[in-house]
Design a protein around this ligand. Sequence first.
Ligand code: IPM
Ligand code: MG
Length: 357
Amino acid sequence: MQATICVMPGDGIGPEIVSQALLVLGKAAAKFGHEFTKVDALIGGAAIDACGVPLPEDTARAAAASDAALLGAVGGPKWDAIDPAIRPEKGLLAIRKHLGLFANLRPAALFDELKSACCLRPDIVGAGLDVLVVRELTGGAYFGEPRGIETRGGEKVGFNTMIYSESEVRRIAKVGFEAARKRRGKLCSVDKANVLDVSRLWREVVVAVAGDYPDVELSHMYVDNAAMQLVRNPSQFDVIVTENLFGDILSDEAAVITGSIGMLPSASLGEKNPGLYEPIHGSAPDIAGTDAANPLATILSVAMMLRYSFALETEARCIEDAVSKALSQGYRTGDIMEPGKTKLGCKAMGEIVAGLI
Ligand code: IPM
Ligand code: MG
């Protein structure tokens, strides 16, 4: 097949990890006879430096016109003092909104090879971990209005609005049920319905949607309990569906159980293409430019792109298997390093995985 991919390396370690992911994608394309054309675009701090805004119009246009988009990471201390309206993170939020990417899939699976790199006791992760976090991505407190900081009664107050419409909950709930149906048939909807009105509506709508999925076992959990259950007994979860902010937090927690946040890919999908693929970790400014980053989350994000945007399941598996093989051959980046393993930099890890395609 032929497709165009909009590539947005972003900031910090973004460019390093994206190059390795593209190297691996190139190998897979050559092996299976596909042709992917890259269109480079600026986002985040890199875009602020070049054009004064975190999401230039050219980038928004290029991403919308492509078949899929690959993103590294955005943000860094360089832009911390900048006008909050144009922070690098705004670029990422804006592209998600612009492309209508309301469903964010974050699969947290513990590779067997990394069981001992996991920060939980072996008896706790003994049963493994294979959770898919389905995070709502274009609603909730991230985008809700009103929001702001203003002076009331002589002091400043800050506020955001966690708001969801029935249709927003319904469409993400459906994604959760569909995903559960293709996996182990269990969906856990995470909310805070004991306190928040927005969560009460969330739960009501999820229960209504469940009527169309009698084959999926639905449960509900408050977010505080879910945070605890994830570290207490992670293997109880199959698919978790939750709102934007809760999903942001729980997916970092699920990620680190897999050994490192540097292992987790993600796919952000809307009603139609282009989907956006990115690792869930950030720009790690402290190690940027030192070749110490773990490119595996970005490489696995490319696998998700092949699966979800291009329906190339064999090719996606091929990349995932290559990552698995690199790990079983003992190759590790610093974040997942253990005694007796071979420590590699970002570039060398990319080359090893590419060589295993
Ligand atoms: C993520 C990140 C982003 C988010 C930031 C960088 C805006 O933490 O993708 O999880 O909060 O969604
Ligand atoms: Mg996050």
